[in-house]
Design a protein around this ligand. Sequence first.
Ligand code: ADP
Length: 491
Amino acid sequence: MILIVDDNQSNLYSLKKLLESKNFQVDTASSGEEALGKTIKNNYALIILDVQMPGMDGFEVAETLADYSKTKEVPIIFLSAVNTEKKFITRGYASGGKDYVTKPVDPEILLLKVKTFYNLQEQNMAMRKTQQSLELEVKGRRESQVTMKSQIDHFQLMLESLPQIAFTLNEDGNIEFVNCKWHQYSDTDVDFPEVHPDDLNIREEFNRCHKKSQALELEARIKKVDSGEYRYHLLRITPVKEGNVIKKWVGTFTDIDDQKKVEKEKDEFLSIASHELKTPLTSIKAYVQLLDRKLKLDKQSAEAGFMSKAQDQIEKLNNLITDLLDVSKIENGKLKINKKPTSLEKIISNAVETIIQTHDENKVNIKWHGINPDILIPLDEVRIEQVLINFLTNAIKYSPQNNQIIVTTFVDEEKQEVKVSVTDFGIGIPDFKQHAVFHKFYRVEESSLQFQGMGIGLFICSEIIKQHHGTIGVSSKVEEGSTFYFTLPLN
Ligand code: ADP
């Protein structure tokens, strides 16, 4: 906006009209005092200032404007009829004015000067705005750098106080910070601790996860710098993201060596105990069978009932010990799988038949959906039947109110695999516990008291399926039921 200051109303009017005809926005003041008041309130791109006015003259107004930071940069064109001698012009310039136009005003000259000054001032104002916003941005960046630095310091202090070895890696996967515990296991700040030759190489494993932007979790023995002793650690490296971009990685090594030793001792005990129990039990089983045949008891008699109950219990004990032996075989890497091209349909029929024979008829109602895959698949017949029997036994055990079970088979031509699932309508499993049911000795607490078991059946199943290069899983809803499934590659 342009401000015109003149005590002569008709001059004011004609200048206003002239500038407005060229689309300038115009404001007017009829004295120097009024002009000062307006410049404080409004922003002007240019002031056209009459020199000779009663009260404050144009020079005084210009000098006052030059003293205020808000107005000192605003260009001024003096309007002067007289006083065009050199001394007078110098005063005008010294007081902050930029140019003169003499009266009577030549409209073309005035407009030319106004346009030039106006444009210059507009550009100045735009530049000042940009400068201000740049300054603000620089200030903001400086502030956020300071907060970030203090956040990093805080974070590193927290990592220092952890009982674990803790470290961070930058987005490229290079180690950038290690806490003091790190130095018990590594001489340098840039290399991972030395790993036992039989365990996985940490750098290689991490690079693999880094490429896929995935967290890493592994157990490995790392070497102590001073004693050379290897201790088992659980290593976890997790990406820290901003939006979808990984900014850094945070890692910890947790010492699990004592836990590992106790676990090993427990496994050894289980292995010895189950072996030692198996031999006398096999003899008991054989003698009871002999006795049963020799006595030729009347099927309706009480003795025959006792005999059959004793045999059932021996069978249960036998199954328990077999499972425990399987667990120790898995621990020692001795669970052998004998794959032969086999009909999956036959295995499913056998498993269903076994379940029907060993359970009360009213307790089971098994339906088989889906196409019967009549193709031959390379698998270990005994072990896959064991998985199915386990799924079916659990489906019955954990569905005390409902006897319906559905077995579904599905051949996925695209993925070249077959999927077998067993669905029940029983108690179900809470979401966050579902992945754990395949862990060794894990039982869902809510149901562990009500139902007997050791929590190893599904662990064995998952190992069997893993050895077949298949997948195993569950989907479930509490009080609605569960679907356990496994997949096997067709080739
Ligand atoms: P066990 O049945 O001997 O405890 P498993 O390894 O077969 O051991 O199962 C582990 C746990 O998973 C069980 O203790 C139970 O809590 C849960 N579970 C397994 N199958 C089912 C099912 N069909 N419905 C509900 N919970 C189940």
